[in-house]
Design a protein around this ligand. Structure first.
Ligand SMILES: NC(=O)c1ccc[n+]([C@@H]2O[C@H](COP(=O)([O-])OP(=O)(O)OC[C@H]3O[C@@H](n4cnc5c(N)ncnc54)[C@H](O)[C@@H]3O)[C@@H](O)[C@H]2O)c1
Ligand SMILES: [Fe+2]
Length: 441
């Protein structure tokens, strides 16, 4: 039954003429390049946007051949460079001002980001502050960036956050209880260069957390709220909810991540697996960068604050509980997700002749098994959340309104309490939704 890398997308993603088209939107960089070795295109891509580049790179790259090649390709196109590599994972806000100073004193007119989500998010914020020079805290939230920023060319080394194509950057602000986001269309990098070879050195734990994050982006974009297609929708919201384009991107992303993640985790230099997961995370970024993510991301904020665990660990752990919570209002979508995992044989599946409802019901536990096969923990207790902090976390999660409202059942504090209590024990069966009680949108 397993179809392998070539067959998987054709098998699991079909566009049907019977789909009723109501709304579609797509946003992204002006240019997206994908493929092994594409990092060497950084020079000509960047030269189209500036000739003094701050190279904002993850410290692990410094002194290595890959970063040297990228910098050499910039120099070959007469782009002068200054290297900034003081990037701290999960991006504490205190580091942002240093990087802005470095960019300003060099006179940077373009930023080249090479690294995981933390490095790319840093580059995006530096680019905004360079142009708009204000206090970062004034930009927290949605649509508060006044206009275009300095161009960013992003080369991800994890697969991944999708930050190379998304309109958001996330920081840890010690003055706030949870992470905070800056989201605006003006944050989307001008170009994304996705070279799977950059991810070969990712340790298994980073491969797993980044892969779980990317898979969650697909699921949350695909099951997100659907808004009425008002002409002002895409102006007023950075994240516009699901639509036809993002559904297809999300399904393609899921298929590729399912096809490659376990192997990329087990065999870090497996070229086909790394390519599959990086392509999947790119699709995931394009999907959620327009549609948005939802409750698993909202609840990760307080969980991350309590435990210091990586973003992808918290999101991947919480995702199955959120799926179980949303099941009654996204049954067809859950069945589709289960079938994708079944095709790739990454989790025990219902029999091939099982009904749609049986596939849908199996989806949350299939996702939990798939993600735990790469080491994502199954319960909040396992990652050190104290039971007496659950109530605080439940109050905090829905405060990330752009995420809470993007869930097909808008996340309330009461929902969050139930979800987190179940996630604390690791018992998915504690989440059940009565379709007659939920107000689906
Ligand atoms: N902007 C967005 O759209 C978006 C989406 C999701 C998450 N995020 C944010 O991104 C951050 C997480 O990013 P991430 O998961 O990519 O990890 P990361 O950038 O925080 O890096 C994690 C660790 O992996 C190392 N690393 C990265 N690539 C490597 C490689 N190829 N080889 C060896 N080591 C490598 C880094 O040095 C670091 O120690 C969080 O702050 C999260 O909130 C942003
Ligand atoms: Fe994420």
């Amino acid at each position: 039954m397993k179809k392998g890398f070539d067959g998987v997308v054709a098998e699991t993603v079909s566009t049907s003429s019977s789909v009723r088209l109501s709304f579609a939107a797509a946003r992204g960089p002006k240019q997206v390049l994908f493929g092994a070795g594409q990092r060497r295109a950084a020079g000509w891509v960047t030269a189209e946007h500036g000739n003094r580049a701050l190279v904002c790179a993850d410290p692990y790259l410094v002194g290595g051949r890959q970063l040297e090649e990228i910098i050499a390709s910039l120099h070959a196109e007469d782009v002068r460079t200054s290297l900034y590599s003081d990037v701290v994972p999960e991006l504490p806000v205190s580091g942002v001002n240093d990087a802005v100073e470095a960019a300003r004193s060099f006179g940077a007119d373009v930023i080249v980001a090479v690294g995981g989500g933390s490095s790319i998010d840093l580059a995006k914020l530096v680019a905004v502050l360079l142009r708009h020079g204000s206090d970062l805290t004034e930009l927290y939230g949605e649509n508060r960036v006044p206009g275009p920023s300095v161009p960013v060319v992003a080369l991800p080394t994890t697969a991944g956050t999708g930050s190379e194509v998304t309109p958001v950057a996330v920081v840890t602000d010690a003055g706030r209880s949870s992470k905070v986001g800056v989201s605006s269309r003006h944050l989307i990098p001008v170009a994304a260069i996705c070279d799977p070879e950059l991810s070969y050195t990712c340790p298994p734990a980073v491969t797993a957390s980044a892969g779980a994050d990317a898979f969650s982006h697909c699921v949350e974009a695909y099951t997100a709220v659907r808004h009425a297609p008002d002409p002002a929708l895409a102006r007023d919201r950075v994240f516009v909810g699901r639509g036809e384009t993002t559904d297809n991107l999300a399904l393609t992303g899921m298929a590729h991540i399912a096809a490659g993640l376990q192997r990329a985790h087990r065999e870090p230099t497996d070229a086909a697996a790394r390519a599959s997961v990086m392509y999947g995370s790119l699709m995931a970024g394009l999907a959620f960068g327009t549609a948005g993510t939802a409750a698993a991301h909202a609840l990760q904020y307080p969980v991350g604050a309590l435990t210091g665990t990586a973003h992808g660990v918290g999101v991947g752990l919480l995702l199955p509980y959120v799926m179980a919570h949303n099941l009654a209002v996204r049954t067809a979508e859950m069945a589709r997700i289960a079938r994708i995992l079944a095709v790739e044989e990454v989790a025990p599946a219902p029999a091939a002749d099982a009904t749609e409802a049986e596939f849908a019901a199996a989806a949350p536990s299939m996702v939990a098994q798939f993600l735990s096969s790469v080491g994502i923990p199954r319960s909040l207790a396992e990652i050190g959340v104290e039971e007496d902090r659950l109530r605080w976390a439940a109050a905090e999660g829905p405060r990330a309104a752009r995420l809470a409202e993007n869930n097909p059942i808008p996340l309330t504090t009461a929902d969050a309490e139930r979800l987190l209590a179940a996630a604390w024990t690791g018992d998915l069966s504690r989440i059940q939704q009565d379709p007659t009680e939920v107000g689906a949108r």
